[in-house]
Design a protein around this ligand. Structure first.
Ligand code: SF4
Length: 915
């Protein structure tokens, strides 16, 4: 397969060509659901620097390390620049004709239920809208789901059940104006760093503000916690049922709110108390100390202003909807909603998970928060779209959708901006399903993703800085992701690709968009159709999502859109910061609903020889690393898949710190470096979700996750997979540093981009018979080699040169010991080496006066652990002091929890206290 890498002549016109000349452009970060505003510096059609937009209400000038590195992930060596058909480069006309003809033939032969779209929270709202309109209104099926199913489908249903609509009541300012923040199932410090930084700042300004972390793991987020409840995995709803009973028993209810603005309280309380009768019982169910639990219950009871932030630890569960409602019940019972500093607050993982919910990107939703449960809604959307084939019922949710692909019922699937072969539960099954599928279309900005490799057709899509459109963050704030660079190669915007495809299916008129503002206006107009807000001043909107106030937005206003929170309508033309201030909800009665919750533990308990595998994010990577994995800076902090394990379990399973261990479930395996840590509970391990087959030989964690879902919302149980764990029994460990990429001939390998090439950490259970041949076969272009070994073969080293410049380094150690690495060696790649330098690189040690920095702690300023430890031992005993001396922690602040941990470990004062 050939992939075009250079800038071609036929560049598609950007929507904002005028801005190319600008020095700085305001846009929005494309990673997480915080939705930070970014100011990008543009020179010569390149983003040369980024900084936080001080005027953007989501981040007020801050960016985390991922956002701060946006410009460093722009020139990705794997950028996809032209359409591919069966692995060969082709032109758009051929790719679209092939795809549309085949898709159409399948629909004609097998009906609309035989095709599906699988979308992504990375898409912009306009892309999402067009895809949803095409499938639900014109192809005639609701088989269109999104990877947001994997991240917040539980919260959607919980909101709908309690509030009558999928609305997040509060906003980020509530986090700063509250007296109590409960962070439940959320490693906010890593997954939503700027929200975390806002809480840190608020707590520093008002030390009486309390923070409670409820999470089985002790994470970086606990750095600011007054209480950490390390609960039994999956016991959250027991905890909140216990809290509801405690509130009732301790005169902490808001009777006025319960009587006048809610319904269902008595039944909810009775079910909660029948299950969790006392604090003692709650403590047993949750496996936490009764005193700690009582203290947290007391805090919630006596604090008028409390925000409960919940995220994937709640949502990614077979009972995630109930967990969400158990939390909301406690807020309703105490009237902690619709007020400054008081709200239940589901924070979304992806940059536009919320936008996807607005347009109906989920298979069980219609556009603009309308529902398949209501025939009027179906007819209203059909009429608005003038849809010839309006879907009449819900489609298949993600897990069921891929099951139908595997079963052959779905014969064509189009996957946009996501990588389900890495992220779906039972990911090897997803791979099998796609291998069998008659027509697989993939749109992506990156070539050869694990999913793209299985596609019949791959469409090159534009990405951040090239595409224009809106995203909605966790607090309902719509911001513009601005397209200010020309699309590279033949890449097109997703809405363009879908529209051209739709036209080839015969729907020219409904998909003749020429600019995303036209789509946005249509989306805004639909949100206002038969939505009460415009009927009269006192009319309560029927649906919370209403941006009809922007349906006539001009192109210029759209391209300069200021962040705004929905609803935006004639009554709230400047948006709505907080919902339910009037205690009126979107239910038929206008009252909030308590839900009776029978809490359940995860469906599949571990067997004796198993541990529970939990999955999640690390600080510096985003999703499947397709973009962030290309930036060496973002791999300085954690560069290898790992397994966090409690010391007792490490002993039980014969594992030492830094060994490789193997996790197994249903034939799938995950290899990772052991990290022994008492931050883990016993019998539970934590692994990162990010690594894919382009970056590691066997570390797709989600291949081990069972496809068990919440029956109400279809969200998979990513946080609880019973797996076997065993030592890997490596015969040898080592690393290759190379200027050029290679797939190492080893059972275990991890690819780590470094400044001047790549580093591969490698290991195997079998030793090659001839190390020299083993290496040279993998680097046929290198002929100038120097090697070093000992008679007992305890180690082997070999370095290779091309025209006198260092091209390859191999360093092998026998057994589980890893050879010592240092950054100096990586930095010699490509350097001309005289005889002395050849010996130095062969020895793998820096010359005199060159110190190795150790692993990177502060990614922003590339400050290593050794320098930090030295500074702490020299008297820098606060994060501020370290920041002044080394700059670490002084930009995004993401490393401050780790700095504080190092201060606790190495400061002379701490050592004296311990003594
Ligand atoms: S917190 Fe970081 S990743 Fe998330 S939007 Fe802000 S800068 Fe981007």
């Amino acid at each position: 397969m050939t992939v075009q890498m250079s800038q071609p002549a036929n560049v598609i016109a950007s929507d904002n060509r005028a801005d190319i000349a600008s020095k700085t452009v305001k846009t929005t970060c494309c990673y997480c659901g915080v939705g930070c505003g970014v100011e990008a510096t543009v020179e010569d059609n390149r983003v040369t620097a980024v900084k936080g937009d001080e005027l953007h209400p989501a981040n007020l000038g801050r960016l985390c390390v991922k956002g701060s590195s946006l410009h460093e992930t722009q020139s990705n060596p794997n950028r996809l620049l032209q359409p591919m058909l069966h692995g060969e480069a082709t032109d758009w006309e051929t790719a679209l004709n092939y795809s549309a003809d085949k898709f159409k033939a399948i629909v004609e032969q097998y009906g609309p239920e035989s095709v599906a779209f699988y979308l992504s929270g990375q898409l912009l709202t306009e892309d999402y809208y067009v895809a949803n309109k095409l499938m639900k209104g014109f192809v005639g099926t609701a088989n269109i789901d999104t990877n947001s199913r994997l991240c917040m489908a539980s919260a959607v249903v919980a909101h709908k059940r309690a509030f009558g609509g999928d609305v997040v009541p509060g906003n980020y300012e509530d986090l700063e104006n509250t007296d109590l923040v409960l962070l439940v199932g959320s490693n906010t410090a890593y997954a939503h760093p700027i929200i975390y930084q806002r809480i840190v700042k608020a707590k520093a300004a008002r030390p009486n503000m309390k923070v409670v972390v409820i999470d089985p793991r002790r994470t970086a987020t606990c750095d600011i916690a007054d209480y950490h409840l390390a609960i039994r995995p999956g016991s959250d709803a027991f905890l909140f049922n216990g809290l509801l009973g405690y509130l009732a028993d301790n005169n902490a209810l808001d009777s006025e709110f319960i009587s006048n603005h809610s319904e269902g309280f008595d039944e909810a309380l009775s079910v909660a108390k029948a299950q969790v009768a006392s604090v003692e019982q709650a403590a047993v169910m949750c496996d936490v100390a009764k005193n700690d639990l009582t203290a947290v219950y007391e805090l919630f009871a006596k604090t008028t202003k409390a925000v409960t932030v919940f995220s994937q630890g709640i949502n990614q569960s077979s009972s995630g909807v109930d967990k969400g409602n158990a939390i909301i019940n406690c807020h309703l019972a105490t009237g902690k909603i619709g007020k400054l500093g008081a709200a239940p607050f589901s924070i979304t993982g992806q940059p536009n998970a919320m936008g996807g919910r607005e347009v109906g990107g989920l298979a069980n939703q219609l556009a603009a928060h309308m529902s398949f449960d209501n025939q009027h809604d179906i007819d209203r959307v059909a009429s608005f779209w003038q849809a010839p084939n309006m879907a009449q019922g819900e489609g298949l949710k993600a897990v069921d959708m891929f099951q139908a692909v595997h079963d052959g019922k779905i014969k064509a699937i189009w996957i946009m901006a996501t990588n389900p072969v890495v992220t779906m539960p039972d990911a090897n099954f997803i791979r099998e399903a796609l291998e069998k599928c008659e027509l697989v279309l993939v749109s992506d900005c990156i070539a050869n993703t694990d999913t793209g490799k299985l596609a019949d057709v791959v469409f090159p899509a534009t990405t951040w800085s090239e595409k224009n459109g809106t995203v909605t963050n966790s607090e309902r704030r719509i911001s513009l992701q601005k397209g200010f660079l020309p699309a590279p190669g033949q890449a097109k915007h997703d809405w363009q690709i879908i529209s051209e495809f739709a036209q080839k299916l015969g729907f020219e008129q409904a998909f003749n968009y020429t600019h995303p503002v036209e789509i946005f206006r249509e989306h805004a107009a639909l949100s206002g159709v038969d939505n009460g807000a415009d009927v009269g001043a006192n009319t309560r909107p029927v649906r919370g999502f209403d941006i009809s106030g922007m349906q006539n937005i001009s192109k210029q206003a759209y391209e300069n859109l200021q962040p705004i929170q929905w609803p935006v309508n004639s009554h709230n033309p400047n948006g709505t910061a907080r919902l339910f201030e009037d205690a009126k909800f979107f239910t038929a009665s206008g009252r909030a609903k308590f839900l009776p919750i029978s809490a359940r533990f995860p469906q599949m308990p571990p067997k004796d020889n198993q541990v529970i595998m939990n999955t999640g994010r690390i600080r510096d990577q985003w999703h499947t690393m397709t973009r962030t994995g290309s930036a060496a800076k973002l791999l300085g902090h954690i560069d290898e898949p790992f397994i966090d394990i409690h010391p007792a379990d490490a002993k039980r399973f014969g594992l030492a710190h830094k060994d490789i261990a193997v996790l197994e479930n249903r034939g799938a395996r995950y290899l990772g470096r052991v990290n022994v840590s008492d931050n883990q509970r016993a019998s539970e391990v934590f692994v990162p979700m990010h690594w894919n087959d382009n970056f590691a030989s066997s570390s797709r964690a989600d291949a081990l996750v069972n496809a068990i879902t919440d029956p109400l919302c279809g969200q998979p149980e990513f946080k609880h997979s019973p797996v076997k764990i065993n030592p890997y029994n490596a015969q040898w460990n080592g690393f290759i540093a190379s200027e050029l990429p290679v797939t190492p001939n080893a059972d275990y390998w991890v690819k780590i981009p470094v400044d001047k090439g790549y580093k591969y950490r490698i290991a195997d259970t079998v030793t090659p018979s001839n190390w020299s041949e083993w290496l040279t076969e993998q680097f046929p272009l290198v002929s100038d080699w120097v090697e070093l070994t000992d008679s007992s073969q305890a180690f082997y080293r070999k370095v290779g040169f091309i025209e006198g410049r260092l091209a390859v380094v191999l360093n092998i150690a026998r057994g589980n010991e890893q050879p010592i690495e240092n950054r100096w060696l990586e930095q010699q790649l490509g350097e001309r080496c005289d005889l002395n330098q050849r010996f130095a690189v062969l020895a793998g040690v820096a010359g005199e006066g060159v110190e190795d920095e150790g692993p990177i702690v502060c990614s922003c300023f590339q400050v290593g652990a050794k320098a930090i430890q030295t500074a702490i031992e020299g008297g820098c005993c606060s994060a501020e002091a370290l920041g002044e001396k080394l700059k670490c922690g002084s930009n995004c602040g993401s490393c401050i929890p780790e700095l504080n941990g190092m201060i606790r470990a190495f400061s002379p004062q701490h050592a004296a206290k311990q003594a």
